[in-house]
Design a protein around this ligand. Structure first.
Ligand SMILES: [Fe+2]
Ligand SMILES: [Fe+2]
Length: 316
């Protein structure tokens, strides 16, 4: 039985944990993929999956309730596919860092190997969800890609910048679950359980990533920290552009599944859904107080770059 993150944590403030404590807590929080698979196969297409705070289907006022639920399901599909995409660069990043730890710290090595194994499990789980979803939804929902090209582009960036992007994603995951998913009584409990299991293990990842960032940033010059901040911003510039493409793919999926829309309705969809994607996946991370606290502590002098990027992303 999985209850929640194994212990409170405060990655924004003074670090009070270690690689050894993360290993212990990760073992307590761990679940098996078989424990969650049944949730996926019994998913109830008569209910919403994703909280409307994230899906923003109700803001498409020209759609009737049945059509809005179609939008909710399309958004729930892209939601987990987006995690599967970013985990495809987080995983090799963690393995590269594990390789670097091989001759330095057995505890760090083990913590990073656990991290990588969990991300591999999440990717497998989300792929199984996508298969079950397509069967239940009835028509394909396309997702941005090709994944290998996007991942390849991120992996050419500065490793400390990738670490900062990873921290953003981990805090964003906490924000979504705690503020939108956990307290929503209306969404399908099986989809909610899928997100709950993911959230539990991501809590350990946020702590581990803080330790990694402290180590990597501690070795960098001021110039190196600025370079890493620029890399982080490029990663999310790329993601923001991809999210705009996803809005078009969602429109296509809706048209296939439910019927055509007028040009005015398509424009209204874009006006609602583009900021909804950015709020969920870009602004929820960059503006998270815990992310900002680590960024300010480990990257002194770089906050104005982050502020400017956040304002640009908010403007669309
Ligand atoms: Fe994950
Ligand atoms: Fe993670």
């Amino acid at each position: 039985m999985v209850h929640g993150p194994a212990r409170p944590y405060d990655p924004g403030g003074a670090v009070t944990y270690s690689f050894a404590s993360i290993i212990q807590d990760a073992e307590k929080a761990r679940w098996r993929i078989e424990d969650v698979i049944s949730c996926i196969h019994d998913i109830d297409f008569s209910r919403d999956f994703l909280p409307d705070a994230l899906a923003k289907a109700d803001a498409l006022e020209f759609l009737d309730p049945v059509a809005r639920q179609r939008v909710n399901h399309i958004r729930a599909h892209s939601y987990v596919q987006l995690f599967a995409l970013v985990e495809r660069f987080i995983l090799p990043f963690a393995m590269t860092q594990a390789g670097a730890a091989l001759h330095e710290s057995a505890e760090e090595l083990l913590a990073l190997m656990q991290f990588g194994e969990e991300e591999a499990k999440h990717i497998a789980l989300f792929e199984r969800f996508a298969q079950a979803f397509e069967f239940g939804f009835g028509t394909p929902c396309e997702f941005i890609g090709p994944a290998a090209e996007i991942v390849g582009s991120v992996m050419t960036e500065d490793p400390l910048g990738v670490a900062l992007a990873t921290l953003h994603i981990e805090w964003m995951t906490q924000q979504h679950y705690l503020h939108s998913v956990r307290g929503d009584p209306d969404i399908d409990p099986r989809y909610k359980s899928l997100l709950r299991h993911h959230w539990i293990e991501e809590a350990q990842h946020a702590r581990l990533d803080v330790l990694l960032i402290e180590r990597l940033a501690g070795r960098e010059s001021a110039h190196g920290c600025r370079r890493a901040t620029d890399a982080y911003i490029r990663i999310f510039d790329q993601l923001a552009a991809l999210l705009d493409q996803q809005v078009e793919l969602d429109l296509d999926a809706f048209t296939r599944a439910h019927g055509s829309l007028t040009d005015a309705e398509r424009d209204r969809w874009r006006a609602v859904q583009r900021p909804a994607y950015r709020d969920a996946f870009v602004l929820a991370g960059v503006n998270h107080p815990r992310f900002r606290a680590v960024q300010q502590r480990c990257f002194p002098g770089c906050s104005s770059k982050i502020e400017a990027a956040s304002a640009r992303w908010a403007a669309g």
